[in-house]
Design a protein around this ligand. Structure first.
Ligand SMILES: NCCC[C@H](NC(=O)CCC(=O)O)C(=O)O
Ligand SMILES: NC(=O)OP(=O)(O)O
Length: 314
């Protein structure tokens, strides 16, 4: 594997899931693979899990790790070509990516959607500029439209927890007062659509995801109906794709509660975290019927599977 920017970079999803499960059983088995190799973790946005789990995964594989928060530790970066750089951005990504690439064997980048300009966000400008100018493999740590490291950890978690061969997985929109990106939901759809799970999406009208991500998964606008018989309830808030970046409703009746989980097949609640308790999901659900900590723990093994595949081809 050269890059891990989207699912398109992955030859075999099931093999990557299996690799993650193997890494979990023997985390230090391949320390020689990353010896004298350096990864740069470049953050345009905040993080807890992604930052720590990717560092841990790289160190387990014997790599050296450098971390930089763009705009706080470094200069702010200009992404547009041909502009007169007389504003607050002192450095162009052309130089920055090439320079970081000269210090690193792999660069991993987090850059969320701006949620102002849909066409710009869905062109994945930051990932594409790094891919173009860095000269080394790029790993996506959550971009404008995708979060593949998260989706891989989610599939590992479902494989570990499923009680039936073909579980029913429901992606449900949750209420939030802030406009959040579609990346986690998009990516989850994209990855689950590669499996043979029964997959259903539920959200209020106006929250339809981009068709290239939702695929052929049925959309059920009645959340209670969608939750019936679910083995996994994957909760996430996202802002509208069609009315781009807008919060169209904060309807609290979409929060996941004990009563809603009672509609499921003793289902497990999943969320990528961070999660706001009693806004998106109640304390009871998180404390009694969720696998959010296991999911976050599996971020180590999803990152380790990805880095191993890239290191093997350096
Ligand atoms: N990486 C996991 C999710 C990151 C981000 N969530 C957030 O920004 C939540 C912030 C808040 O709740 O204030 C998102 O939805 O894409
Ligand atoms: N799930 C996830 O990516 O968490 P962080 O935003 O804390 O990295």
């Amino acid at each position: 594997m050269r890059n891990f920017i989207s699912l398109k970079d992955v030859e075999n999803v099931q093999e990557l899931v299996n690799e993650g499960i193997r890494q979990k059983k023997a985390p230090f088995a391949e320390q020689a693979l990353g010896k004298n190799k350096t990864i740069g973790l470049i953050f345009f946005n905040q993080s807890l899990r992604t930052r720590l789990s990717t560092q841990k995964a790289a160190e387990n594989l014997g790599m050296n790790v450098m971390i930089m928060n763009v705009g706080q530790d470094s200069w702010q970066l200009e992404m547009e070509d041909g502009v007169i750089m007389n504003g607050d951005k002192a450095e162009h990504v052309k130089e920055a990516a090439a320079v970081i690439g000269s210090y690193c064997n792999i660069i991993a980048v987090r850059a969320f959607a701006g949620l102002q300009d849909r066409a710009a966000d869905y062109r994945e400008i930051v990932m594409e500029k790094f891919r173009q100018y860095a000269g080394v493999p790029i790993v996506n740590l959550e971009s404008a439209t995708r979060h593949p490291c998260q989706s891989l950890a989610d599939l590992i978690t479902i494989e570990e927890c499923k009680k039936v061969e073909r579980p029913k997985v429901v992606l449900t929109w949750l209420p939030h007062f802030k406009p959040l990106p579609q990346a986690v939901a998009n990516s989850f759809c994209e990855w689950v659509n590669q499996t043979d799970y029964e997959f259903v999406i539920t959200h209020p009208q106006g929250y339809e995801l981009a068709p290239e991500f939702a695929g052929n998964a049925p959309i059920i606008y009645d959340q209670n109906e969608a939750l019936k018989g679910a083995d996994f309830v994957y909760g996430k808030n996202w802002s509208s794709y069609t009315s781009y970046g807008q919060v169209l409703t904060q309807d609290p009746s979409w929060m996941i509660t004990q009563e809603k989980m009672a509609l499921t097949n003793n289902g497990l609640f999943m969320h990528c975290l961070p999660v706001r308790r009693n806004l998106k999901v109640t304390d009871w659900v998180l404390d009694n019927q969720s696998v959010v900590i296991q999911q976050a723990a599996n971020r180590q093994w999803s990152a380790q599977a990805v880095l191993k595949h890239i290191l093997k081809e350096l």
